[in-house]
Design a protein around this ligand. Structure first.
Ligand SMILES: NCc1[nH]cc(CCC(=O)O)c1CC(=O)O
Length: 334
């Protein structure tokens, strides 16, 4: 679309900025509570809320408190939460077997949340890092991240989560061929209505640091994730990955991190028109919180502006640790 513009003074853009009413009337995009997915960290215990130091305002919660958080999200109208496990050190092994244990902490939390708030969409994380002795998203042999063996493990993990009641499977691992394998396994096992939100364009990013603290994978990580996550210099490759995942049976696709990759969001939406999500990741959250705590920025305004940027870039929704805070503001409950 080529914009039509007249010449000054026939055209004065300030006319439509004159009042709040005119600004609202001519606003192109909107942020709503329907656009939010709230990531939560679950851990063992009862009535435990353990702060994540590098993510002020974020805690690892025991299952009973995860249920409370899910109820709070439902009351605020947030359509979905996403669960990430903090696994006990004893359950982090080289074979990652805890990942597909039907009674692991993530699957117990899924069951508890679905029992308490059945109408809330529950998204899960499929990747081996919270269960891996070496912090990687895949099985490791002689320093190599094994692709096909990892995909088999991810399929087992997916089925355990679907059995527990997951609505949206979120593969964050970046192995090749996992979407097709998961989709086939879900079809064959009677889980044909379980959605897949693929972390399709996930970059090897330093913005994930605080998250790795939260799930306890950072200190264990041997080496880096550059052989499976994307090179931040690439954009065409992201389009090919998104097309590949949609073709293999993903219902929704994600770009991650968020704000530094808005060009990828816009291109993805324009190219495929598929349900497109961004993950405003832990490092983005931590930067805003830290600068706000220092009084250097207005944290609330920057939170709202950054989330609106995702909508402007074509995203249908955002995974954000700000979800309950922004929902309260949008619902007039702040
Ligand atoms: N499977 C790993 C995973 N799943 C979600 C995040 C990052 C989320 C965030 O930073 O908020 C990561 C980190 C990584 O890839 O190392």
């Amino acid at each position: 679309m080529r914009p039509t513009i007249g010449q000054y003074p026939a055209t004065r853009f300030r006319r439509l900025r004159k009042s709040d009413a005119l600004r609202r009337l001519s606003q192109e995009n909107a942020l709503s509570v329907n656009d939010l997915i709230w990531p939560l960290f679950v851990r063992e215990g009862e009535n435990v809320s353990e702060p994540v130091t590098s993510m002020p305002g974020v805690q690892r919660l025991s299952v009973d408190l995860i249920v409370k958080a899910a109820e709070e999200a439902a009351e605020l109208g947030i359509p979905a939460i996403c669960l990430f496990p903090y696994t006990d050190p004893d359950n982090r092994t080289d074979d990652c077997a805890e990942a597909w244990n039907p009674d692991n902490i993530a699957n117990r939390a899924i069951r508890a949340v679905k029992a308490a708030v059945p109408h809330m969409a529950l998204m899960t994380d499929v990747a081996l890092d919270p269960y891996n002795a070496n912090g990687h998203d895949g099985l490791v042999q002689d320093g190599i991240i094994l692709n096909d063996e990892t995909v088999e493990a991810l399929v087992k993990m997916t089925l355990a989560q679907a059995d527990a009641g997951a609505d949206i499977i979120g593969p964050s691992d970046m192995m090749d061929g996992r979407i097709g394998a998961m989709r086939l396994a879900l079809e064959m096992s009677g889980h044909k209505d379980v959605a897949i939100l693929s972390y399709a364009a996930k970059y090897a990013s330093a913005f994930y640091g605080p998250f790795r603290d939260a799930v306890g994978a950072g200190s264990r990580l041997v080496g880096d994730k550059n052989t499976y996550q994307m090179n931040p210099a690439n954009a065409d490759e992201a389009m090919r990955l998104i097309e590949r995942d949609l073709t293999e049976g993903a219902d929704m696709v994600m770009v991650k991190p968020g704000l530094p990759y808005l060009d990828i969001c816009r291109r993805a939406k324009d190219t495929f028109g598929a349900p497109t999500y961004a993950y405003q990741v832990s490092g983005e959250y931590a930067m805003i919180m830290a600068a706000a705590a220092n009084g250097w920025i207005d944290g609330e305004k920057i939170m709202l502006e950054s989330l609106m940027a995702f909508r402007r870039a074509g995203c249908d929704g955002v995974l954000t640790y700000f979800a309950p805070r922004v929902a309260r503001i949008l619902q007039g409950k702040a």
